[in-house]
Design a protein around this ligand. Structure first.
Ligand code: DQA
Length: 147
């Protein structure tokens, strides 16, 4: 059976395409997800994708779908910088996590430099626009293959 990867998008990412295009580009979330689906299929994985503007809902999704997944690709968006609950949920399901960001969080405002998720992730890809997702998925699939 194909292995599953859980893809999670945090708050405000439903607005991609029109949201601060100079920072986040013009690609919509649906377009990003379509690309990820094709890429995953080529790598022999299927993906389950969710976006939520609610911290608790993201925690619920990790609890529900994390244990049956081989890995989690997550853009926690603003919760990156605030959420101990998301970090704890990812730790609890104990599957490999790759964190991605469209913008480079380390060159932006100081409050974006810290990530609660990064220390519990295999790695973080930040600053490549929508390509961050592609690079992140590729890294996660390789990691799963080799572990
Ligand atoms: C983001 C960066 C976060 O700081 C911000 O709150 C977002 C998007 C990114 O993808 O660049 O909503 O995660």
């Amino acid at each position: 059976m194909e292995k599953q990867i859980l893809v999670l998008h945090g708050p405000n990412l439903n607005l991609l395409g029109s949201r601060e295009p100079d920072t986040y580009g013009r690609m919509t979330l649906a377009e990003i997800d379509r690309g990820l689906e094709e890429q995953a299929a080529k790598g022999g994985f299927r993906i389950q994708t969710f976006q939520s503007n609610h911290e608790g809902e993201l925690v619920d999704l990790i609890q529900q779908h994390g244990p049956s997944s081989a890995g989690v690709l997550i853009n926690p968006a603003a919760y990156t910088h605030t959420s101990v609950a998301l970090r704890d949920a990812l730790l609890a399901v104990a599957v490999p996590v790759v964190e991605v960001h469209l913008s480079n969080i380390h060159t932006r405002e100081p409050f974006r430099h810290h990530s609660y998720v990064a220390p519990v992730a295999v790695g973080q890809i930040t600053g490549f626009g929508p390509d961050s997702y592609r690079l992140g998925l590729s890294a996660l699939m390789e990691h799963i293959h080799h572990s």
